[in-house]
Design a protein around this ligand. Structure first.
Ligand SMILES: C[S@@+](CC[C@H](N)C(=O)[O-])C[C@H]1O[C@@H](n2cnc3c(N)ncnc32)[C@H](O)[C@@H]1O
Length: 242
């Protein structure tokens, strides 16, 4: 069970942060390649955004890029060492604000004050109770035209027992259902069999729209059964340009 205590111990106490999380991008040719070839194409229609909230930034692997697309970036993480590292890393950015939270709620973020919520690589380790709490919080802090981009586990839909790679038992269905319950519209879900057989999509990117978002509409689902091939392609071509 990847509960808050497990996450605190893992990221605050035992993780080796010497690469600032860049090692998680190795399969895709590095962090710069993963941002420009994988993440930015999926994010471009939501950016720039006046005020961005990043949930669980770690040492700022994606924050460094998001800061180029916003007037203010609020980052919230349960591990004090992560927020300390981000504050030091982005000390020259007057637009960065980092907060340590309780792993569930974000009282430091005002109601309806955020235009875009981003999280990648973190909800994969969050269980249903934690994800549900954050989705409720996202509904509270998002302005009525805002959107949220959340990369999360789908392990609960695929595996009966333990989920590989320390992923949680969250599922795409659960994220969509809870989002609807709190008044957000799941508009896209991209399922990935990342490092797993094609019929075992272990993770998912869900994009949520607030009710007046210009992107609001019915849910569209894409099963990306070739993320490893996509990663290999990005790693090879990006080598020429990064
Ligand atoms: C694998 S790291 C990913 C960090 C960053 N998103 C990246 O991709 O480099 C997971 C991060 O999630 C944070 N985290 C885990 N559970 C959390 C929770 N319930 N609330 C806030 N942060 C959490 C950890 O402290 C850590 O910074």
């Amino acid at each position: 069970m990847k509960d808050i205590e497990w996450n605190y111990r893992r990221w605050q106490e035992t993780e080796d942060w010497s690469t600032q999380g860049d090692r998680w991008s190795n399969d895709m040719g590095g962090t710069v390649a993963q941002w420009y070839w994988f993440l930015f194409p999926r994010l471009q229609r939501y950016l720039p955004a006046r005020r961005i909230l990043e949930i669980a930034p770690g040492y700022g692997r994606w924050t460094q890029f998001l800061l180029e697309h916003t007037e203010e970036l609020v980052a919230v993480d349960l591990a004090p060492r992560c927020i300390d590292a981000c504050r030091a890393r982005f000390a020259k950015h007057s637009t960065f604000r980092g907060y340590v939270n309780d792993g569930l709620t974000m009282p430091m973020v005002e109601d309806a004050s955020i235009d875009f919520v981003f999280s990648f690589g973190s909800f994969v380790h969050m269980e249903e109770d934690v994800a549900a709490s954050y989705i409720r919080e996202i509904a509270r802090v998002l302005n009525p035209t805002g959107n949220a981009f959340i990369h999360h586990s789908n392990g609960g839909a695929v595996y009966a027992g333990d989920v590989p790679r320390n992923f949680s038992r969250l599922s795409a269905r659960f994220v969509a259902d809870v989002s609807r319950e709190v008044g957000l519209l799941p508009i896209t879900q991209e399922l990935h069999s990342w490092g797993t057989p094609v019929d075992e999509p272990i993770s998912c990117i869900t994009v949520l729209a607030a009710p007046q978002s210009k992107f609001a509409g019915p849910l569209r689902v894409y099963v990306n059964d070739h993320p490893d091939a996509e990663a290999a392609y990005i790693a090879s071509v990006s080598e020429l340009y990064t």
